[in-house]
Ligand binder design. Sequence first.
Ligand code: NG6
Ligand code: CA
Length: 507
Amino acid sequence: MKKHTNILLLLSMLVGGMFSTQQSMAQKGKNISDKPNVIILYMDDLGFGDLSCYGSKAIKTPNIDKIAKQGIRFTNGYATSSTCTPSRYALLTGEYPWKNKDAQILSGDAPLLIGTEKMTLPKKLKANGYTTAVVGKWHLGVGNGQVNWNERVSPGPNEVGFEYAYIMGATNDRVPTVYLEDGNVVGLDLNDPIEVSYKKNFEGEPTGLDNPELLKMKWHHGHNQSIVNGIPRIGYMKGGKSAHWDDENMSEHFLNIAQDFVKQNKEKPFFLYYALHQPHVPRVPNPKFVGSTDLGPRGDVIVEADWTIGQFMKTLKEEGLLENTLIFFSSDNGPVLNDGYFDQSDIRNGLHTPTGGLRGGKYSLYDAGTHVPFLCMWKGTIKPMESDALVSQLDIFNSVNALLKLDQEATDSKNTLDAFMGTSQKGRETYVVEAGRSLAYRSGDWLMIPPYEGNPVNAQVGIELGRAKHFQLYNLKEDPAQEQNLSEKHPEILAKMKKDYLKEVKG
Ligand code: NG6
Ligand code: CA
């Protein structure tokens, strides 16, 4: 009798066990094909050559390299623009930023750039059952142009699709140097209200220009207005002392918020746009990372960012989310060494090539302005590989829509899901890149830059902008450093590209 009961028990355990395994596999399968979490890890000013998985010897980035090893490492991945605001605009709206006249580097008091009626990636995902959040650098404007920082600031990310937003409003070199959580300044003491101006200083407040004795980091160009944490910034600010962020802890601060969001929202599909602030100026690594490279603060903050991403990935793994999460990793624009502070990044750069040998850099129409590291990982679904497909951040919008079987809403965004999933090595055919309102046209391996007036070099940052009085034509595959202008050698290619470019740009 006892034996019989035991067998029955064993049988029922086996059947039950099989059933629940089957159920969880089906459940998992359903999640995988239907609604994976989507995460965009976005860096600020990281160059094509700044990571060890893209050839850097001087900066070791084992954690980001691990994403590359477990997913697709794109060798032809692009931001739309060689500065921050327009690239982020394109990422979230799927629209070319040069179609919006205001999509240019914004000040810290600029109004929200994305119209609240506009379709955005987070809005779309939210409408389809995702919990949506942004953590980190925003730089797409907040408020309506007349911000009172002592009240809830809106509209902002919450009004364009993010249910939760913990952000730095603009850049780490611009005031106000405070975090906003769902529009409210974090840690604000209303007895010490915040005032902000981008026009004139507040009486009696020290500035980088007048009070060099107060500075722990010196300015090189710009960046000589209000001083916060010994660092002179862009713009004037008064008050809000208890709310000032701590530059040294910023990375870990955003990390904790991102980790908490994941832990609290893991039961339902979520979209997290996690925008790190490195290696944008001012580069202030946590003491733990000072000296982790020989390159000075710029190298050190990249290592800090790599550690931060490693910690974040660990959380995803511990929460059992890696197999159900599509992760993109990229950077908003190319690299710059001296972007306005004396932080030795140029002097100590040694043999490191932040651009990975491409021409130009941040602010440039040459390739290094927009050609950035680009990774895509989905454990168990995407086969690890290298891909030379032409992919753009602009196309994440419609590709994610395609994955979720939603409408192809954004007109400029192209569905390149097959390239992102690694089932095709083909991405876009043509592409328009932007640098401060100047445009260049890409078709296959060719890049055509129309003539532009103006200075060919930004002398302050020491970067060629790509402007010339004549047409430029490069074959980026054969000549990634853009040393040979082939416009005279290949007039037929130039003529066709001019025509296609005008059609694309003028409509
Ligand atoms: C420029 C700043 C630069 C950086 C950039 C925005 C000066 C002289 N230079 O105007 O330091 O803040 O704006 O960078 O002020 S971005 O990556 O956010 O586009
Ligand atoms: Ca940037």
